[in-house]
Design a protein around this ligand. Structure first.
Ligand SMILES: [Zn+2]
Ligand SMILES: [Zn+2]
Length: 253
């Protein structure tokens, strides 16, 4: 099973694009601006989108993805998996006919282009032969992480989260954990901002990783572009056994 990293930055500018991961060919995990790395044909092959939460950096390209594939005469639905709370936020604030049409009602509800699929914490859903479980997370809005179980091993993606004991309990219960992708958005000098926005900085990453009881490769994502080198220097100074996740790389698991 392959996870292709389309974007993994905490912002945009130059080669930086926000979170979007492609699982095999047909499952998208978050729909940030990294989605623009895909060709129209590759976008057409996406059948499922799983969202960690409704923040703009994770959904920015979702409205236009739907519109673009409909323009390619795609008539099978796109399934949008997220918590009930996240789906409600998207329906109220994005797919509300003012920002963008509600494609769950187009061309009519029985043959709609977009299907909302509530996917709650602890629930496992199979897509592209992968078992995808929503994990607890704690952020400023309702959020989840994901465990992707290929049958060979499991990859965990934290989403945006900080200080969530339930997340670590869930991660430590995964027998075949091979990879943990975890965010560190801010440098230590912005610890106040990180705390207020419920993101990690190197000091809090170190505290979080102390809860991990499994050995796995640990990849750092969601670095703010202006401070990405500084954040990685601070993480290296702390001696943490991690590396930076890179856009364009593919992780096999
Ligand atoms: Zn967020
Ligand atoms: Zn984010």
């Amino acid at each position: 099973m392959r996870l292709r990293i389309l974007g993994c930055s905490g912002g945009i500018g130059g080669a930086n694009h926000t979170t979007a991961f492609l699982l095999n060919e047909s499952v998208l995990i978050d729909a940030g601006t990294g989605l623009q790395a895909l060709s129209l044909q590759e976008m057409l092959d996406i059948d499922h989108v799983f969202l960690t939460h409704a923040h703009f950096d994770h959904i920015a390209c979702l409205p236009m993805l739907i519109d673009s594939v409909i323009g390619l005469r795609r008539y099978r639905p796109l399934y949008l998996h997220a918590s009930t709370e996240t789906l409600a936020i998207l329906r109220e604030h994005v797919f509300n006919w003012r920002i963008w049409p509600d494609f769950s009602l187009l061309p009519d509800e029985s043959i709609a282009f977009l299907r909302y699929c509530p996917h709650e914490v602890g629930e496992t859903r199979e897509a592209a032969a992968c078992r995808i479980t929503a994990l607890p997370a704690r952020h400023t809005v309702p959020a989840v992480g994901f465990c992707l179980d290929s049958g060979n091993s499991s990859l965990v993606y934290s989403g945006d989260t900080v200080g969530c004991a339930d997340f670590w309990d869930a991660v430590n219960a995964i027998g075949g954990l091979s990879t943990l992708i975890i965010e560190t958005a801010f440098p230590d000098s912005e610890q106040g901002l990180a705390h207020a926005s419920k993101h990690l900085c190197p000091a809090t990453l170190q505290r979080e990783l102390a809860h991990l009881e499994r050995s796995a490769q640990i990849l750092i994502t969601h670095l703010k572009p202006a401070d990405s080198d500084l954040i990685m220097q601070e993480i290296a100074a702390a001696g943490l056994p991690v590396r930076r996740l890179l856009a364009g790389e593919t992780i096999e698991f």
